[in-house]
Design a protein around this ligand. Structure first.
Ligand code: SAM
Ligand code: SF4
Ligand code: SF4
Length: 336
């Protein structure tokens, strides 16, 4: 039986952040000034091991999770990630196993990930303009490296591939149409994400958000698009299609059109804390239970107790007062 929360939402998706480290310093996620050489990242012993993650994955899937997404930080900086994928592939009942990456290490790893059993992949790419992209990742990685990573994923048969672009007004919004044109007709699905007020360090301001409505209008003015039906209830991205039949494009509108009513996602941090909302201030400690001899039944009961009382709907109740007033987990910690 699927677990239902206090708003009757089932537990269906699990996002697992495998590391809080990243080889990028995207200005909207891990600004350099705050994630510098002195930043205290988690130590190895604090991280859940691959065996611990797999044990939890089995329990979560037994309680309704159908889809697992690996994320980070940058998941591909965690050593031998393909061995975790091979373990997760064996979880009975898991329908979908995917991963979100910045793409910079994909050329080296795509084949291994596919062979281990990864099905699909999402790659983040915010601009096709080198200067803009380098300014955003803030470590000087050129666009070509990520495009080559996407190509490597395609060659390895990881598909369908999705590309995520966070849009920040005055930073990369001028390049939206270029991105759309580049991926139109390739089978790769581009999704534009509204800049979100996650965490407390990224200097979020409402006037930096380009809403779905404006994004769609700006794309439509050059490349005509129309709304399409969602694939399933709770789909995060709003689907639109090109009127000329050359494929689809998506928008993730958690600011202007929140989708909390259908939110079926739980998020596991690298050190084993479960967050029931992207905007939660604190998580629920599974690592202690994994390490203190608790049985599977005891851990499952803890999961049920956490999920049953889940009442989160931050995006629907966001106001000027709630934004920034409470400490929140960072995006780079739980992976979006
Ligand atoms: N490092 C990987 C990557 O960049 O794809 C995975 C982790 S990253 C936190 C996951 C996604 O969150 C990325 O697509 C990233 O662009 C997005 N993201 C990070 N900060 C964001 C913000 N403030 N608003 C909207 N999306 C954000
Ligand atoms: Fe790293 Fe991804 Fe955050 Fe960029 S968005 S800093 S690549 S975790
Ligand atoms: Fe889900 Fe929280 Fe986002 Fe609402 S704000 S959609 S409850 S993660």
């Amino acid at each position: 039986m699927p677990l239902l929360d206090a708003r009757q939402r089932p537990l269906r998706d699990l996002r697992i952040s495998v590391t809080d480290r990243c080889n990028f310093r995207c200005t909207y996620c891990m600004p350099k000034e705050l994630f510098g050489p002195d930043h205290a990242f988690l130590q190895r012993t604090e991280l859940l091991s691959y065996e611990e993650i797999t044990r939890l994955a089995n329990l979560f899937v037994a309680h309704g999770v159908e889809k697992i997404r690996l994320t980070g930080g940058e998941p591909l900086v965690r050593r031998d990630l393909h061995t975790l994928i091979a373990q997760l592939r064996e979880v009975p009942g898991l329908k979908d196993l995917t991963l979100t990456t910045n793409g910079s290490l994909l050329r080296a790893q795509a084949r291994k990930l596919k062979e281990a059993g990864l099905q699909r992949i999402t790659v983040s790419l915010d601009s096709l303009d080198d200067e803009t992209f380098k300014r955003m990742n803030d470590v000087g990685v050129p666009v070509a490296t990520v495009l080559d990573g996407i190509e490597a994923a395609r060659e390895a048969g990881l598909g369908p591939i999705k590309v995520n672009a966070v849009v920040e007004r005055g930073v990369n919004d001028a390049g939206m149409v270029d991105l759309a044109r580049h991926f139109k007709g390739t089978g790769i699905i581009l999704r534009f994400i509204e800049f979100m007020d996650v965490g407390t360090t990224n200097g979020w301001k409402l006037d930096r958000v380009v809403t779905l409505r404006e994004m769609a209008d700006r794309i439509n003015a050059e490349l005509p698009i129309e709304p399409a039906e969602p694939n399933y209830r709770g789909e995060v991205a709003k689907r639109w299609r090109y009127r000329d039949g050359s494929g689809e494009i998506g928008f993730i509108s958690s600011i202007s059109q929140p989708f909390c009513g259908d939110c079926t996602r739980a998020r596991l941090s690298p050190e084993g804390e479960l967050f029931t909302c992207l905007f939660a201030a604190r998580g629920h400690d599974f690592r202690t239970r994994l390490r203190d001899g608790s049985t599977d039944a005891e851990i499952a009961a803890f999961l049920a107790s956490v999920w049953h009382v889940r009442d989160d709907r931050y995006s629907e109740i966001r106001t000027a007062e709630t934004n920034g007033s409470v400490p929140r987990v960072e995006m780079s910690h739980i992976g979006g």
